[in-house]
Design a protein around this ligand. Structure first.
Ligand code: NCD
Ligand code: ZN
Length: 334
């Protein structure tokens, strides 16, 4: 059986820089028509020059593929002139609470400071992408952050807000209740709970932010995605770290899912008997919500076994060494 997907998009992707980028970017560029590129570099993407340089680097590494990098800017209080200038070069601005995840130290510390920038973004129709976690107890962080989302939605009623990598039933309800709010959901959060991370022997390669939650949260995410939710789209949050930074004291947060994203999505949608919803989840919802037209590109999957390499250079992927039911037929297998 062949499954054809039109312009698949990864609406939340970490490509890093330098040799890591050379290692991981071609993988996503081969199986997606475009991706939303996260700005949390060692020196965050917060000027036009950094944005242009980063985009150019990505294009260079991905030059053999049809692949559109949808660039984001790291949220800071920005003046109007700058936002007017940067607007046509970005898909949105990504807000991180300070220190909440990998390379987010220069994120927001005081949420009272964000409003003037949000007002301009709303007016200029620049979407706001949010890493929505408080600094509370790890399992409560996403729920606690809903008060911030609520305030943003109330104060900026036409701002397009994207709740990135949602992991809880409460977040799904919040999206349900607000028409101006969209959300991304990762592959791994559709497959694992906290039990998979720490319920048996500890699994550093499944450790990520936000941490995987309870079975009822997993079920709520799956229900929303498999019903073809009109505002929930795929964002892998594929976040590669070298093996020595995962298998150590002080394991870095992030799961590297890029190489297995499409085959495993096909597998879980097939298992749920909802293959009919896959095109919407991996492309159509995003195109509509962000009003984008990705470059023409079709990906074909076939139900032939794919053995996942244990390493992509120094990065261990999700499902390393396992055999998946679906493989990428075209473009050529990675
Ligand atoms: C991401 C990373 O490594 O950049 N890590 C993660 O656990 N998801 C950052 C992020 O999206 O939180
Ligand atoms: Zn991320």
């Amino acid at each position: 059986m062949i499954l054809s997907l039109n312009t698949p998009l990864d609406m939340h992707l970490h490509l890093r820089e330098g040799t890591m980028m050379q290692n991981v970017a071609p993988i996503s560029a081969a199986c997606f028509a475009g991706a939303v590129i996260m700005p949390n570099l060692i020196s965050p993407v917060d000027t036009l020059q950094k944005l242009f340089n980063y985009r150019e680097d990505i294009e260079k590494v991905c030059k053999n593929e049809i692949f559109e990098p949808y660039m984001t800017l790291f949220f800071k209080p920005y003046p109007r002139e700058f936002l007017e200038e940067v607007r046509e070069h970005i898909i949105g601005i990504k807000l991180y609470p300070a220190g909440i995840t990998t390379q987010s130290e220069s994120g927001v510390t005081d949420f009272n400071m964000i409003e003037p920038t949000l007002a301009i973004m709303e007016e200029l129709q620049i979407p706001l992408l949010v890493h929505g976690e408080s600094d509370g107890f790890v399992l409560d962080r996403e729920r606690e952050f809903l008060v911030v989302y609520r305030r943003i939605v109330e104060n900026f009623p036409v701002l397009h807000v994207i709740m990135e990598h949602i992991t809880t039933a409460d977040s799904v309800s919040f999206v349900d209740e607000h028409d101006t709010v969209s959300a991304t959901v990762t592959l791994h959060h559709l497959m694992i709970t906290l039990d998979d991370v720490i319920g048996g022997l500890m699994q550093p390669h499944l450790f990520c932010k936000p941490i995987a939650k309870k079975p009822r949260d997993l079920q709520a995410l799956r229900d929303a995605v498999f019903m073809g939710h009109p505002r929930i789209m795929f964002g892998s949050d594929s976040a590669p770290h070298p093996q020595h930074k995962k298998e150590c004291v002080g394991c870095a947060a992030g799961v590297f899912t890029a190489p297995v994203a499409m085959p495993l999505l096909a597998q879980i949608f097939e298992e749920a008997d909802r293959l009919d919803c896959l095109q919407g989840f991996v492309s159509d919802v995003a195109c509509k919500r962000y009003a984008i037209t990705p470059p023409a590109k079709t990906i074909e999957l076939e139900n032939k076994p794919y053995r996942v390499p244990t390493l992509f250079n120094n990065v261990r992927p999700f499902f390393a060494g396992e055999t998946l039911r679906w493989s990428i037929r075209s473009p050529a297998r990675i």
